[in-house]
Design a protein around this ligand. Structure first.
Ligand code: ZN
Length: 212
């Protein structure tokens, strides 16, 4: 998809663990890069990061992640990261545009997403949970490294097709780049995290009041 290489591991500042403020897989995926204290942090630096993040996000079963790590060539997983970052940049641009111009997305707009969705074969299986009736489900085969892009692509499609984009927002802290889906009852969520940006804003407001 793209020739852009993720930065080498040692060229970046130490990272905190990935953050899960998005309240939606597609937005947690957008938040895999962020500006923290003025520096850009990248959580997807190589194939290892990618598989680890997908498993932590619940988007890839741990057993499939382990198998892909063992079977796939490291370079194939690194290629996936490159494609993932390209998809992430594309999706951020699309969201910003959909939210600012208010128009819908055309088939041409969504072609990159449909291409990723088409690349992952799904099969159907009857699942028999212990405490519920049997149900027909669709699953991925997870045979190829490139299939790992499909769950985030499906989440992006869910956001575009099923969600109210007015509730998809960025944190109100102008220095923060985090996205989230506001699932609160009154739809008044303002911050990626009350503990981080919410408190910072509260402290700044307190200081401004004291100065006045
Ligand atoms: Zn924030």
């Amino acid at each position: 998809m793209s020739s852009r290489l993720p930065p080498a591991k040692d060229s970046l500042i130490p990272r905190p663990d990935p953050m899960w403020f998005g309240d939606h897989l597609a937005l947690d995926f957008l938040n895999t890069t962020a500006v923290l204290r003025g520096r850009t942090v990248e959580w997807l630096r190589d194939g290892d990061d990618w598989i680890g993040w997908l498993c932590a996000a619940g988007a890839l079963p741990a057993a499939a992640g382990k198998r892909l790590r063992a079977q796939a060539e490291a370079s194939a997983l690194d290629d996936c990261v490159r494609d993932a970052i390209h998809l992430r940049d594309w999706f951020r641009r699309l969201l910003v545009r959909l939210k600012t111009d208010g128009g819908g997305a055309t088939e041409a707009d969504l072609a990159p997403l449909n291409a990723v969705l088409a690349s992952a074969p799904l099969f159907r299986r009857i699942d028999t949970p212990r405490d519920a009736p049997p149900r027909l489900i669709a699953e991925q085969t997870w045979r190829h490294a490139r299939e790992t892009l499909a769950p985030v692509a499906a989440a992006m499609a869910d956001l575009i097709c099923e969600r109210d984009l007015d509730l998809v927002r960025t944190c109100e802290n102008p220095q923060c780049t985090m996205w989230f889906l506001d699932r609160t009852k009154g739809h008044r969520r303002r911050w990626c995290s009350q503990a981080i940006c919410g408190n910072r804003a509260k402290v700044a407001a307190f200081r401004a009041r004291r100065k006045a």
